[in-house]
Design a protein around this ligand. Structure first.
Ligand SMILES: [Zn+2]
Length: 310
């Protein structure tokens, strides 16, 4: 699924809930109309509304009709009250009062839809079973004691603020285990998802599995399987170098993916315990030179004491 489809999916769900709220309101109205005296006033009210709608714009401001309409409206409400029905009972009960379950207010995405899309993006991102660090949960004390991490942290925040317009959209985090790489990757992922970017958080091993699955699937399904890797706004590959390299195809798949994303100017962040030299030895120069392409990549070192939180 790509981002457009994710948003459309959530919008469809919202529109379904809009439609059922309206159907339910209509059912309540039909029930109220079984009361003959309410039905009569309601008919008069509707007839007048229709008449007003048919008038040319210049005749719409008609004092007599407006007064008549106000009177009918009032009588209609009185009639409902007399029979123990609240006026609001006939209104649709939308799950969001702000947008009436349309998902948009003044052409901008409503908070309700935003929240739903964020949840869907998190589900798609592969972050679901992670600790889910974000910038607000960072420990200033740990940062203060660790200049390298602190520098990387400030850089990552700036990277997120400028996303997707960073001059160097690709980052490589390298350094030993437990130096804060994954912590920072999760911060970046969560920050960008909160801004509704499509982020995919994965490992080289899962990439290989996904690509093999795609090539063994019917042609029509391949795009759907591969689009998160190839089309997401940001792809994060955590812990490059820890996956088993069983197949020659793992290398060529990885190269294709990195190359395609660079061609399309899509951001990529890789974390690894390997040095550039070790990357060269393990993946070959083709992948190494793409990963460390200085024109579009910032390489950030991580070092020193164990910072694994929990
Ligand atoms: Zn809303």
């Amino acid at each position: 699924m790509n981002k457009k489809q994710i948003i459309q999916d959530e919008l469809n769900k919202l529109n379904n809930s809009k439609a059922s709220a309206e159907i339910e309101a209509n059912t309540r109205l039909l029930r109220a109309r079984e009361i003959p005296e309410f039905c009569k006033v309601d008919n008069d009210y509707r007839k007048l509304l229709l008449e007003l709608a048919k008038l040319p714009p210049e005749d719409k401001k008609n004092a007599r009709l407006e007064k008549e309409l106000a009177t009918l409206k009032k009588r209609r409400l009185e009639m409902l009250k007399k029979h123990g029905i609240s006026a609001s009972a006939l209104e649709p009960k939308y799950s969001c009062k702000k947008c009436g379950d349309t998902g948009y207010v003044d052409n901008a995405m409503c908070e309700c839809l935003k929240t739903k899309v964020q949840k869907a993006l998190i589900k798609q991102s592969g972050l679901n079973n992670k600790l889910n660090f974000d910038f607000s949960k960072s420990d200033e004390k740990i940062l203060a004691e660790n200049p390298l991490l602190n520098k990387a942290y400030r850089f990552a925040r700036k990277y997120c603020d400028n996303f997707p317009n960073n001059k160097e959209p690709n980052l490589v985090f390298y350094g030993e285990v437990g130096t804060g790489k994954t912590f920072l990757l999760e911060c970046i992922a969560n920050e960008l998802i909160s801004k509704l970017f499509y982020v995919v958080f994965t490992t080289a091993y899962d990439i290989s599995k996904t690509m093999i699955k795609a090539f063994n699937s019917p042609f029509a399904e391949r795009d759907t399987i591969l689009s998160p890797l190839f089309e997401s706004d940001l792809l994060i590959i955590d812990d490059l170098g820890t996956e088993p390299l069983y197949h020659e195809s793992t290398l060529s798949n990885l190269f294709t993916l990195i190359n395609e994303r660079q061609r399309n100017n899509l951001a990529l962040i890789v974390s690894t315990n390997l040095t550039p030299q070790q990357i060269d030895e393990r993946y070959g120069n083709r992948i190494k030179s793409r990963l460390f392409n200085q024109r579009i990549t910032v390489t950030i070192p991580f070092k020193s004491r164990d910072l694994r939180l929990k």
